[in-house]
Structure formats: structure tokens, C-alpha cells
Design a protein around this ligand. Structure first.
Ligand SMILES: [Zn+2]
Ligand SMILES: [Zn+2]
Length: 124
């Protein structure tokens, strides 16, 4: 059982690492199913969350739901409001922003994320 768990987690991790396009959990599920037709949707979703919690992949909250990213360094994203495509936005990441926000409001700010919205070249 333990062996199977480890193998399933590896399949999910590999599927995310082979994706360039910030896949949804469903897209990962479909990719993993091609390797292991017995794996359940619940198992794939659970492993995605475990891998994100462990910092092996990035989970991005977008207006349409969670997307997954093989790039774990903090970076900005943009989502197309028409086709829901997500790509990286190469802007400098301001690591000081959490501290600045903490100072302003007296909270212990631990993270922030940037998601732009707009139309991709195919949709505009
Ligand atoms: Zn689009
Ligand atoms: Zn990204």
C-alpha cells in the first residue's frame, strides 16, 4: 500500500513537472490516468494538495479555481478572462512587500500573490 502511495505521488508530481501551462487538477487527473487507469480523482487531488503543502509544486488560486505550477519560486501570473489560459508574468517579485504590509497594518503577513486579468492574444 505504501509503495502504491509513493508511486501515485510520483505520477502526479511528474505530470505537473511535465506541464508548461499551469494545469487544473482535472487536467492533471487526465494526464495521470493515461499512466495509471486505476487511480481515482480523489487520490490525484489529495496528492496535488500534499505536494503543494510540501513545497514541491505551487498551487495558484485563480478566479476559476486552483491551478498548479512546476515553478515554485514566487512569480506573477495573468489569467485570460475569456479562455482561462494562465501564463507567467516576468515582473520582479518584491519580497519586501510582506514586511511592508505587516508594518502598515500590524498583521503578521506571510505571503502575497499577484494575478493579473486580461485577454490573451487569441481572445482579443
Ligand atoms: Zn484567451
Ligand atoms: Zn507560473
Amino acid at each position: 500500500m505504501q509503495r502504491r502511495n509513493t508511486k501515485q505521488r510520483k505520477l502526479v508530481l511528474d505530470a505537473v513537472r511535465q506541464s508548461y501551462n499551469h494545469p487544473t487538477a482535472d487536467e492533471i487527473y487526465n494526464a495521470v490516468r493515461a499512466q495509471d487507469d486505476k487511480i481515482s480523482r480523489g487520490t490525484v487531488y489529495r496528492n496535488l494538495n500534499l505536494l503543494a503543502d510540501a513545497g514541491e509544486i505551487l498551487s495558484i488560486k485563480t478566479p476559476g479555481g486552483s491551478r498548479f505550477d512546476r515553478t515554485i519560486e514566487p512569480h506573477a501570473h495573468i489569467i485570460c478572462t475569456s479562455c482561462s489560459r494562465v501564463i507567467d508574468v516576468p515582473l520582479p517579485f518584491d519580497a519586501q512587500l510582506d514586511a511592508k504590509a505587516s508594518e502598515q497594518i500590524g498583521w503578521n503577513v506571510t505571503s502575497h500573490y499577484t494575478i493579473f486579468e486580461g485577454l490573451c492574444p487569441n481572445c482579443r
